[in-house]
Design a binder for this molecule. Structure first.
Ligand code: NAD
Length: 523
């Protein structure tokens, strides 16, 4: 960001131009017009960046931005009004009120996974609160970032908004400037960097972070419905959703059946080969494919013999069958040179979901792997940035897949004795962005509500809370600081100022002026 751009935003804000409700309304209307007129282009850009289906972008990004803009537009007048407050008797006669004022020039730093929603959603709230806004989209969604840089100043007041493109270096340079608020969405590691940089000014921050969102399932729920909803929550956007169910804790009576039913739901949604489904997305880049590969309990990879990421071994297609056979015979996974690789035995060729896979891919499930057994999926094609919707069963709490936020289409199902053990499991870990419970038992639901802490809690409903502008959206503890959407968003970008008025006469304050007499001391 040049000095000129920063100065321009500040000059515009100082001039008072962004404060009138009419200006705010015009910006929010323009944002909705942008969704109508350029929605297709934005969805195409997201498709180019993430392989996300166009219909999914419309549903989970564009429509939500339009709804948010409309919601705050219609209510911001009331939120911005003075709120009278009763004053203590000792100060009477006096009046008091609070009034929300814009913070000033704010910075919105967005991630790549919902690159339009998480850029323009916070921006809508910031504009409703009367701020000038600098947006920094994610460099990992470059087409979307470039399109936003073109469209935003064209639709919105170009003196009051700016889009700065770039990655860590450019964001670092932005954070060196004294913004009046920083709104960051992304991972926890960078969240700490943002907060430390903001502390220098100090600038208040909203941190919308991630984490491992648990999902508890017991035998009282409708298993088919639970399986479908969990599959939808996990595999939308190929699992790259901050509030997706990250892992399932299920009671022994239903755990294995649930894992199988989630596999059935996957086939219902995406067909036998999700790679061919127009409704299934891709992983953002090769680095994340490699990271996800390392979380799988399989030796899987594609291609021509180059070495794969951690936990993977590349097998040439023509060598696949004999190698898998040989591996089965000796009870281990072997590499191209016939070296023994795995810790445990393997499922015989043709007998596991990973063993007879699509072109160029070999995936051999290792049954003794702490990541568990592959119930469905387990197929990876690095070149196509494809990771199949994968369900694991019997995952150990110590497996790598349980040590970090998965942020991809892998769903481990762990077995817990009961709700109590599940609650202890959740409470022993950082507080998540969301927690989900599928149980018809009232006491169980109440126990989760009272004894666990998370940004949000959904009974029978993954993801749903983020779709309502009436509900605050944000994390707690390691999953974030602050909230937005609707009124919470307006508040995040506002300073609530206290105003008091006391007439000069009568000067009742005399009672508290020194020297203190006997009556004051009694008070
Ligand atoms: P990312 O890599 O796109 O980073 C987010 C932003 O930080 C980008 O704009 C990037 O340019 C910037 N950035 C990266 N490194 C930086 C550095 N060293 N200094 C300053 N800025 C830097 O996104 P990500 O972090 O991979 O996003 C995924 C994470 O975000 C997941 O943990 C997910 O759960 C979380 N997330 C949270 C929400 C939410 O609403 N709470 C929404 C989406 C994603």
């Amino acid at each position: 960001m040049t000095d000129d751009t920063f100065r321009r935003l500040n000059t515009t804000f100082e001039s008072g131009r962004t404060r009138p409700l009419a200006w705010r309304r015009a910006q929010l209307d323009a944002l909705r017009r942008m969704m109508r007129e350029r929605g297709d282009d934005l969805a195409e850009a997201v498709h180019a960046d993430l392989g996300k289906p166009v219909a999914e972008t419309t549903l989970t990004e564009l429509d939500l931005i339009a709804a948010e803009a409309r919601f705050v537009r219609d209510r911001m007048g009331s939120w911005a009004r003075r709120r009278p407050v009763a004053m203590p008797w000792a100060l009477q006669p006096a009046l008091g009120w609070t009034v929300a004022e814009p913070k000033g020039v704010v910075l919105v730093i967005a991630p790549w996974n919902y690159p339009v929603l998480l850029s323009l959603g916070p921006m809508a709230d910031a504009l409703a609160a009367g701020n000038a806004v600098c947006l920094k989209p994610s460099e990992l969604a470059p087409r979307t970032s470039a399109l936003l840089a073109r469209l935003v100043p064209r639709y919105l007041d170009p003196d009051a908004v700016a889009v700065v493109e770039g990655g860590a270096k450019e964001t670092g340079a932005l954070l060196a400037r004294p913004f009046d608020h920083v709104f960051y969405t992304g991972g926890e590691r960078v969240g700490r960097i943002v907060m430390a940089a903001a502390a220098k000014h100090p600038t208040p921050v909203t941190l919308e972070l991630g984490g491992k969102s648990p999902c508890f399932v017991d035998g009282t729920c409708d298993l088919g419905v639970a399986a479908r909803r969990i599959a939808w929550g996990r595999f939308t956007n190929a699992g790259q959703t901050c509030v997706a169910p990250d892992y399932v804790l299920a009671t022994p009576d239903v755990a294995e059946a649930l894992a199988e039913r989630i596999g059935v739901a996957v086939r219902e949604f995406y067909g036998e080969d999700p790679r061919r489904s127009p409704d299934y997305g891709r992983i953002v880049n090769g680095r994340h494919v490699d990271r996800l590969c390392g979380l799988l309990p399989v030796r899987a990879a594609s291609g021509d013999g180059a070495s794969g990421p951690r936990g993977t071994h590349v097998l040439r297609r023509d060598l696949r069958e004999p190698l898998v056979k040989a591996a089965s015979a000796i009870g281990a996974v072997i590499d191209m040179a016939g070296r023994r690789l795995s810790r445990g035995a393997v499922v015989p060729a043709g007998d596991g979901p990973g063993s007879g896979t699509a072109d160029g891919i070999v995936a051999v499930p290792g049954v003794a792997d702490p990541a568990g057994r592959v119930v469905c999926g387990g197929v990876v094609d690095r070149e196509a940035r494809y990771v199949a919707p994968t369900v694991l069963f019997g995952t150990s709490p110590d497996a790598p897949v349980m040590r970090e936020e998965i942020f991809g289409p892998i769903l481990p199902v762990l077995v817990v004795r009961d709700a109590d053990e599940a609650i202890r499991f959740v409470n022993a870990r950082p507080r998540p962005l969301a927690a989900y419970v599928f149980s018809r038992d009232r006491a169980t639901r109440l126990a989760f509500e009272r004894r666990t802490s998370s940004g949000a809690l959904g009974f029978g409903l993954p993801l749903g809370h983020l779709m309502s502008a009436r509900l605050p959206f944000g994390g707690v503890g390691a999953s974030g600081i602050g909230a937005y959407h609707g009124k919470s968003g307006f508040n995040a970008f506002s300073h609530v100022k206290t105003v008091t008025v006391k007439p000069s006469h009568p000067d009742t304050l005399r009672l508290v002026y020194p020297p203190f007499d006997a009556m004051t001391r009694r008070v």
